[in-house]
Structures are given as C-alpha cells and as structure tokens.
Design a protein around this ligand. Sequence first.
Ligand code: ADP
Ligand code: MG
Length: 845
Amino acid sequence: RRKKDIKERDSFASRLKAKDESKIRKIAMPSGSGAAEAAKRLKIMETDAREHLVPKLRIESRRKYLEKRKEDKVAELEADILDDEYLFEEEILTEREKRERAHKKQLLHLAKEHEKARELERVQRYHMPLREGKIEPEPDVMDKEPPQSEQSKWESDQMSSAVFRFGARDRKAQQDYDLLMEDEIEFVQALRMPGHDKDKKREASPPAHVKTLQTIQETKKSLPIYPFRNDLIQAIKDHQVLIIEGETGSGKTTQIPQYLYESGFAEDNKIIGCTQPRRVAAMSVAARVAHEMAVKLGNEVGYAIRFEDCTSHRTRIKYMTDGTLHREFLSEPDLASYSVMIIDEAHERTLHTDILFGLVKDIARFRSDLKLLISSATLDATKFSEFFDEAPIYRIPGRRFPVDIYYTKAPEADYIDACVVSILQIHTTQPPGDILVFLTGQDEIETCQEMLQERVRRLGSKLAELLILPVYANLPSDMQTKIFQPTPAGARKVVLATNIAETSLTIDNIVYVIDPGFAKQNNFNSRTGMESLMVVPISKASANQRAGRAGRVAPGKCFRLYTAWAYQHELEDNTVPEIQRINLGNAVLTLKALGINDLVHFDFLDPPPHETLVLALEQLYALGALNHRGELTKLGRRMAEFPLDPMMAKMLLASERYRCSEEVATIAAMLSVNGAIFYRPKDKIIHADAARKNFHVPGGDHLTLLNVYNQWQQSDFSTHWCYENFIQHRSMKRARDVREQLVGLMQRVEMELVSGITETINIRKAITAGYFYHVARLSKGGHYKTAKHNQTVAIHPNSSLFQELPRWLLYHELVFTTKEFMRQVTEIESKWLLEVAPHYYKPKE
Ligand code: ADP
Ligand code: MG
C-alpha cells in the first residue's frame, strides 16, 4: 500500500511541476486529441494536484512556505474558472473546453478536500545520520562487499540489497541539532558505491580536511595519470588513434596536452588541440594549464570558444569547444596546423563531438602524421574503439574512495528547497568536507543561493562559516576561478553547479554531493519541428557520475533527492546522445559548407533519426540556404560563415535588404546572451519588474532588447546605469563583445552596415525573414497555436506582450515548463510571411 503510494507521488514529472508551479500563472490544461489520451492526462493531473497542492508537510517553516503557495494555487484555480466562464460566456464551448472546465472545478474541489484532510495529518520529524562513528550500520549489510568492485555489477546489485535507516539516537546532540534545524529530510542508505583502491589500508591522500597547500609540481605528480606518463606517450607514438579512458579527475584534460608538449609534439609550430563540450570547461582548463606551465593565458596555452579567441601565434596548446573545431574545418579542412587532436569528454556525446568523430576519422586516413586521441570518462570506450577501426583503448586506473549513497525516504516536492535543507543538514551534522550540488541552470542556482544565504543569515553565529559558490556557463571567469580556491580552515564550501561539474570540471575536496536528479536538456520534436529547452530527469549513468564526484579525495556521501524506487524505475540507463534529439539545422549547414553532400551516408557513430535530418534539410531549403537539389546556395554559403543558428544567420543577412543591419546585429547579440539581461533579486522584485517595464516598447521583446542596448550605449556603457536599471552588466558587456564579432563577420561576407531607420516594421520584417518557422497566431479560444503544426503555446509571463495578445507573433524560442512557453516574442503581420518566405507560406487559394 505504502509502496504504491510512493510510486504514485514520486513521479519525476510531478516533482518537476511542483517546482515550476510558483512560476506559472495558470495550471496547464490537458491537451491531446483522443478521449483516452485526455483521460490519461486527467489522471496524471489529479496525482499532480494532490502532489503540489498538498505536499506532505513535515516541518513548520516548510509548512508556512508551502501553505502560502497553496493558497495562491487555490486562488489561481478559482480565478481561472471565473476567467474561463467570463471568456467563454458568449461563445459556444467546445467539448474539450467543457471538459477542461469541469476538470478545473474538480481540481479545486480536490484541493479543498485535501486542505481539510491535511489538518489532521500528524507532523513527523526525520534525521540525517549524525557524526561519523555514532551510528554503526548493520554489520551484515556492510560486510557484503559488492562483487569485484565493478561499477556495472554494483549497479544491478545496488537495489536488491537491504535498505536500512539511520536515526539520531544521541539525545544531547539531537537537542543542539534541533535548535539549528527547523527542517529535515529523511534519507535512507542503499549500498555503498565501491572505491577503486585495491589496498584498503591506504589512507585518503591526504584527507580532505587536512589537505595542505601543495606545490604545482606535487599536485601534478599526485594525479592518477602521472605514473603512466611515459607509457602513455609511447602508446601515442605507436598508434595513430588511441582511445583513452579514465575516471573523471585523473588528469586527462590538464595533463595529456602538457605531456605531449614536453615530448616534442608541438615542434615545427604545430599545435596540440583539445576539444571540450563546454565553454566554461575550455576556458577554465586552459587557465589552469597556463598556470601550471607558468605562462600567460593566450600565449603558449590558449583557448578558443564561440565569439572569443584567446590564442596567439605562440599558442602551442589550444583548448577549444567542439563547436569551434567544427567551424575550423571550414577554413582548414585537413587541420594542417595540428599535430595532435584530442577529442575530450567524448562520452558527453554532444552534437558537435559526434560530428567531429566522423570528420577526424576521415582526416586521419590521409594525414598519417596526425595523432588522434579520443578521451572519455569510464563509459562507452569500447564503442569508440569499434568506430575508430578497433583503435586500442588505454585505461588509466582510477583512484576513487567509496561513496555512500542515500536516497530520500519520501519524494521531495520542491527540490530547490530540499537542496537548501540538505546543505544545512550536512553542514551542521557532518564532518568537514565540501559540498557539491547539481542544479539545472543559472536561475535555479541563483534561487538556491538566495534561499541559502537567507537561512544562513538567520542562523547567524550558530553556524560555522559556509562559502556559497555558483558555477554555470555564463559565469564570468574571475568568479569561476573562485571555486578552485582552497577552502579556509574552519569553513565549508558549497558549490552550486550545473551538470558542468559532472565530468568537465573537477573541484577538489568535494566529499558530499547533493543530486536532485534533473538536468536541462535541449529537445527537438521532429514530428512538430519544435525545439525546446526542458528540465528532464537525468540518466542512471549521470547519477552515478555525479555520485562519483564525492569520492575523489576521501570516502564520500551522495544524497539523492529522490527515492530508490524512482532511481530504479524512472531513470533511463544512459542519456540519449544529442544528435538523436536536437535540431540539426546548424550542423547540416556546416557539413554542407564542408562539401559533404551525402549526409545519409555520413559516418555517424549513432546516426540521427531520418526525419530529423530531412527536417533540417527542409528548413535550410525554406530559408534559401539550399537549392532544390540540396546544394548550398550563395546565401547558404554566407549563412555558414556565422557561428549561429541558421535562422539567426538568415535574420542577420536579411537585415541588409531592410536597411537595419546595425539594429539587427544588436538584437542578435542580445539574444545570444540568452535571458541573462534583466536582474531580478528576490527582495526587490517589484522594483526590478518596474524597471523592466520601462524598457518595453511597442512591437515586442526583440525591440525591447534593442532599446536596452541602445540606452546602455547612450549611457556610455555605464556600469552604474545597469545597476540603476536592474540590468546585468556582465551580460551587457558580453552582448557588446558578441556584437563586435558579428559585425566583423558581417563585413567579411561583405554586408553593408546600415542603420538609423525610424520605422520598426523593417526590423521586424528582417527578424521574420529568419524566424518565419517560429510563428504563432491567436486562435478563437484565446490560445496561441503554432502556424504550421497547430500546437498550443503560450506567451511567457516575462514578455512585454504578455497581456497584449496580438493576432500574429513570432517567437525566438520555446521553453517547456508546465507547458510550452514562447520566450522573446514580437508582433508581426501575416502578410509579411508571404513576402519573406514565399515558398514556405503560400497564399490561400
Ligand atoms: P580529467 O580530465 O581526467 O577529468 P582534469 O585534468 O580535468 O581531469 O583534472 C585534474 C586535476 O586538475 C583535478 O584534481 C582538478 O582539481 C585540477 N584542476 C582542473 N582545473 C583546475 C582549475 N581551473 N584550477 C585548479 N585545479 C584544477
Ligand atoms: Mg576532463
């Protein structure tokens, strides 16, 4: 009975909804055609309602917090029903609308019923294990060593083992603890994830909390890869292609290029290249290596990422994103300047990495002097080897300490709140060691940071010092280096990171990992042609990578904010490679520009779905980048010069014709910094929103972004102006850099730079010329439907057009939370579509 209960409530989908409910205005409605589908959705929604309207409340503070939100929710439902009745008074309700309305009423009823029931519910308290040593786990469970210490075996055994519970039994400690904590989460421990050290006696070297400052040389020598230096170099000399597999943090990324450099691979002005799936990783790793080699970043060691090239003619070791290397093929198809190319973090299987596999494999055939290293964490190595004609695999034995895995006993409705509670729980009850928390993006990290700071402030001197450090892609580099600085004695560091910290970045001294089980993922639906960024549950492979981060310097603990049941039943084994789930427009354009015409027979490690490929070709055709034979047109060639999505590249190129290229370059740059323009601190939301409204101009969000940039420019790019207007200065500076790059590229393709038109129609037409795929119109029912596929979408509440409801509009992107939201929308006229995309939109007969 209880199991079934958990099963029902612990669905990742409902937890996701619960988290987002505070952000959305209305509850999502079942959409779907068939009656069976509708019935199914209804059922899901009922579970959801129970889940987030009346979450299981255990503790006072959370009770208050959630109570407030629940009241809002009930009020919202009431308003919604009224709203609907008002809206549809005159109109004839469709069957579905009637159903929806009835359903809303039902939900409201449910909410009120549960409200009553909850009053009767007893409040329970739970505890995390207290200090080490106090609690001895049942010996028979711990003695059972996982067979052969093998990850995969451990995987399958993990769940079948007994699950036992820790409890706080020390009354005195318990009382002290009660003073601190208003709020607790119960965790249960499953099996221990084995370490890799054969020699059990060897102590953690040295344990996290007493680790003293080591010199750079000592640090380098202490890395697991170090003993294999010469052997590895020999293997590279002996084989043209080598797969290198090693535990994250063993030194692959930072050390191998240095070893190669020291062994003369950079002679004759050749470069040692190393790709990274993420910008932040490329920058941070390059900085680290420059530091280790005692050179200035940008000289011997440099990096290149989109819109930023920090290399010089002296650069011998070059880190770059996989996308950047992909583009380098355009100017240097045989990679002649490189002696070695390392495709690093290959297991991440980003779209660009996957395409690079095919490209470099091809080059290696006719450039026998080029060494190719495919480096990955302990995943997929055999698959890579098979793809590269049975290339040998070089395994670097890892060093890892055992990690205890804990699951929550009951599902947590709000995982950010649960993170904050868990951090404080660890901080107050666990021995020294830093904490790593995995969140999905900048928004969540900031929310978590604010909540945590607030709680810490309230607890005041009762707590030991807690350093809170965020890491995400848009974080400026000076902030990034902070996460690597050693934690001062007596303090504890908590790093709030996106899944960049899963394998790309290694932060030393992490002993505790908190894993809510989600990541942000770009998904493309080839049936509807819609692309959207969604928060999705991670895979088991990811969850175990995350857990492994806790055992690098000492035995660690990983707290999973989901139940063991959810791990077992709801997580996929592996993450689907990007190439099989995202829009291929940009990749196909670059491949075409490289002269690769037959994409169907391109050597893919895992081929993309056929429909996705066809859709990308169709889109490029509609944009005018390909002709009807599928060959690149002159426009397509120019589009390929820009490291942008084809739609944005088309928008830029079209701006010339509409005499507004300066303005559109600004808009493109502002869109590229992606949502990080407006600053919205929790304690000043009203001011921040008012400031944002001040920037609104008729026409929509694209023009609003232009307005923000222009005003900032008029203020002489002032920092102070940004503070006053709740604008993020860093993002603006980045937009300025991106804009400069774009203007440079526009000149390279010989575009005329024009500006100064006062009529915004031209600007909006130029945007439409690129984004006519992303058009939605207002339907009778007051909903927006996409023009081509009739999908229901909604304007994002942050948009300047949120309350305007223009008949036609275009959107920059879709974001899926509880429903598909259009972010960055602009009002357009339907007749423009015929003008800018005649072969896509045909006039009605
Ligand atoms: P791998 O690529 O095998 O996962 P890395 O080469 O990234 O391993 O990391 C090796 C070591 O270098 C780790 O101990 C990590 O902490 C350290 N390191 C990496 N980047 C930095 C940095 N920016 N600052 C300080 N230390 C770093
Ligand atoms: Mg690495």
